[in-house]
Design a binder for this molecule. Structure first.
Ligand code: PGA
Length: 261
């Protein structure tokens, strides 16, 4: 007999800057149908802002949830170009990715702004997917654990324990994103274990319920090995989430690998 894995695995496709409205609706519909039989994991897709409402409409009532790729902390006002977390929730999204390394690298996000976004997401009823991860020079200098620990502290400093317990953490080593160079399961597990231990320090037993995702070149052929690691609870998938077949295959293989008997 197999026991359900705790926490429940979670797979989220991050579409980044991709697709027309009709491309987005078609991909979302394909994913919805392809993973309809998956009952032991949560699945979400993160389209671009302009497709959020249409994708959420298509996925309503299905097993696939919707995430935004970002979101702003203010609810309204003179912030040209920004999209509020409350507007994202109003579209029917359930999650908001915050602090993705591309946002940090190209758009000047800091742990402080990411923390404000996470807080606002929670206040709007969204679950933040908080991204943290070291760069290659930081890893090569032996600083991966220090950097990730500091980012975790910085991005969650303003969250109450009950808010942190609801959040999703995504460890995404910057050197593995979009490069085809995936972290080894052992490299990822080492960082996930650090994240878990810091969560235990704050949340005690509730820390075991927090999903810690791995992201960075996750593909159908490497997801199983990653998911076998104790503290890897799912994946944040970029490039390989852009076709129905590869994303559905990641979900199915990931689920199969972590079904414990
Ligand atoms: P990748 O992106 O799977 O294309 O490496 C992951 C991410 O940035 O979330």
């Amino acid at each position: 007999m197999s026991n359900p894995r705790i926490p429940r695995p979670f797979f989220c496709g991050n579409w980044k800057l991709w697709g027309t409205l009709s491309d987005s609706v078609a991909l979302a519909t394909g994913v919805r149908d392809a993973v309809a039989s998956v009952t032991t994991a949560d699945v979400a897709v993160a389209p671009g802002f302009v497709a959020l409402d249409a994708v959420a409409g298509k996925l309503k009532g299905s097993a696939v949830a919707v995430a935004s790729q970002d979101g702003y902390w203010e609810e309204k006002g003179a912030f040209t170009g920004e999209v509020a977390m409350v507007q994202i929730a109003d579209c029917g999204a359930s999650y908001a990715i915050v602090g993705h390394s591309e946002r940090r690298q190209y758009f000047g996000e800091t742990d402080e702004t990411v923390a404000r976004k996470a807080k606002a997401a929670l206040a709007a009823g969204l679950v933040p997917i908080l991204c943290i991860g070291e760069t290659l020079p930081e890893r090569d200098a032996g600083q991966a654990l220090t950097v990730v620990g500091k980012q975790l502290d910085g991005t969650t400093a303003n969250l109450r324990d009950d808010e942190l317990a609801k959040s999703v953490i995504a460890y995404e080593p910057v050197w593995a994103i979009g490069t085809g160079r995936v972290a080894t399961p052992a490299q990822a597990q080492e960082v996930h274990a650090l994240i878990r231990s810091k969560l235990v320090h704050k949340l005690q037993a509730r820390a075991q319920q927090v999903r810690i995702l791995y992201g960075g070149s996750v593909k159908p052929n490497n997801v199983a090995e990653l998911m076998k690691e104790k503290d890897i609870d799912g994946a944040l998938v970029g490039g390989a989430s852009l076709t129905v077949d590869s994303f559905a295959s990641i979900v199915q293989k990931g689920v199969a690998a972590c079904t414990r008997s």
